[in-house]
Design a protein. Structure first.
Length: 285
C-alpha cells in the first residue's frame, strides 16, 4: 500500500532580515502543517535570542533637512539617558557630519564612519549590516544609523532591521515633496514585508514656535502608516555650535534643548518601549 509521503522542500523566510531557512526531507502530509507551525515558532525564538538590542534609522532622500544633526543629538541624548546601555553611532553619510561632531567627545568604537556610496556600496553595506547585527545581538544595546541624501537603494535593508525610521522635514514644498516620496517608498516596503516595524516617525523641523497648525502636513500623510513626532523649531543654534560641539549640554537653557528632550522622551515612551508596536498590532487584529 502506497503511503502518503512525498519529497518536498519548505522555505521559511523571515522577511525583516532577508534570511531563508530551507528544510527538506520526507514528511507525511498529515504532519506537514504542524511541522510548518513548529518551524515558525523556532525561527521566532531564534530572532528573539539573537536580537536583544535596538536600533534607530535616521533617513530622508532630501538633503539639508537635519538628519545628521538630529542623529548626533539623539546619540548624545541616549548616552545621557541610558548610561548603563551600549550606545553606538553608525554614520553612513559620505560627508560624515555626525561622525565629525561626535568623534572628539566619544570613546573609541562608539562612533564609526562607514560611508555608503555608489562606488563602494557592496563593501560598506556588508560592514554596516555586520556591525548592526552584532550590536543588536548585544543585550540592551542601542544603535543610531545616520544616512545621506538620495534614494535609499540597498540601504533600505538596513532600515528594515530597525525599530523606527526618523524622518525630518520642514513644511516647505521643496523638502516636503521628496519626503513624501520617501515615506511612501518605505511604507510600501513594510506592507510588502507585512511587518509593523520600522515605524515611520516624521519629525517636523524648522517649525516656528508660533506655528501650531500641522493640518497641511497631516493631510499630505493621509493613508500612510506614519506618526508625527514633537516638532523642532530651528537648528540654527546647532549650526552655530558646529565648530565647538558640546552635545545637549551646550544647548541647555534654549528652546531647542527643551524641544529635543521632548522628542527623545517621545521615542523612548512610544518606540523603544514597544507601545507603538502594540498599538499598531491591536489595530490590525
Amino acid at each position: 500500500m502506497q503511503t502518503d509521503r512525498r519529497e518536498w522542500q519548505y522555505c521559511c523566510i523571515t522577511k525583516e532580515r532577508n534570511r531563508v531557512l530551507c528544510l527538506s526531507g520526507v514528511i507525511p502530509t498529515k504532519w506537514r502543517h504542524k511541522f510548518i507551525i513548529f518551524c515558525g515558532y523556532v525561527l521566532l525564538l531564534i530572532e528573539r535570542i539573537m536580537e536583544q538590542g535596538q536600533s534607530i534609522f535616521v533617513g530622508n532622500i532630501k538633503g539639508g533637512v537635519g538628519k545628521s544633526t538630529i542623529s548626533a543629538f539623539l546619540f548624545d541624548y541616549f548616552r545621557i539617558r541610558f548610561a548603563e546601555r551600549s550606545i553606538q553611532m553608525l554614520d553612513t553619510d559620505r560627508q560624515g557630519t555626525a561622525f565629525e561632531l561626535l568623534e572628539p567627545l566619544s570613546k573609541e568604537g562608539e562612533v564609526r564612519h562607514v560611508p555608503v556610496s555608489d562606488r563602494f556600496d557592496g563593501l560598506s553595506l556588508v560592514t554596516v549590516d555586520s556591525i548592526l547585527r552584532r550590536m543588536r545581538a548585544e543585550e540592551n544595546s542601542l544603535t543610531i544609523v545616520d544616512t545621506g541624501a538620495g534614494w535609499p537603494g540597498n540601504v533600505w535593508q538596513i532600515a528594515m532591521m530597525c525599530e523606527c525610521i526618523i524622518i525630518p522635514t520642514s513644511l516647505s514644498w521643496a523638502d516636503l515633496r521628496p519626503t513624501l516620496e520617501f515615506v511612501r517608498e518605505m511604507d510600501e516596503r513594510k506592507e510588502g514585508d507585512m511587518t509593523v516595524t520600522p515605524h515611520l516617525i516624521v519629525v517636523p523641523n524648522r517649525i516656528s514656535p508660533a506655528q501650531r497648525d500641522l493640518s497641511l502636513l497631516s493631510k499630505h500623510l493621509e493613508g500612510l502608516n506614519v506618526v508625527l513626532a514633537p516638532t523642532l523649531s530651528d537648528l540654527s543654534l546647532v549650526r552655530q555650535m558646529s565648530s565647538n560641539y558640546r552635545g545637549l549640554k551646550g544647548a541647555e537653557g534654549t528652546r531647542f534643548y527643551n524641544e529635543f528632550i521632548r522628542l527623545g522622551d517621545f521615542i523612548i515612551d512610544y518606540v523603544l518601549s514597544g507601545k507603538l508596536s502594540a498599538m499598531f498590532k491591536d489595530e490590525i487584529t
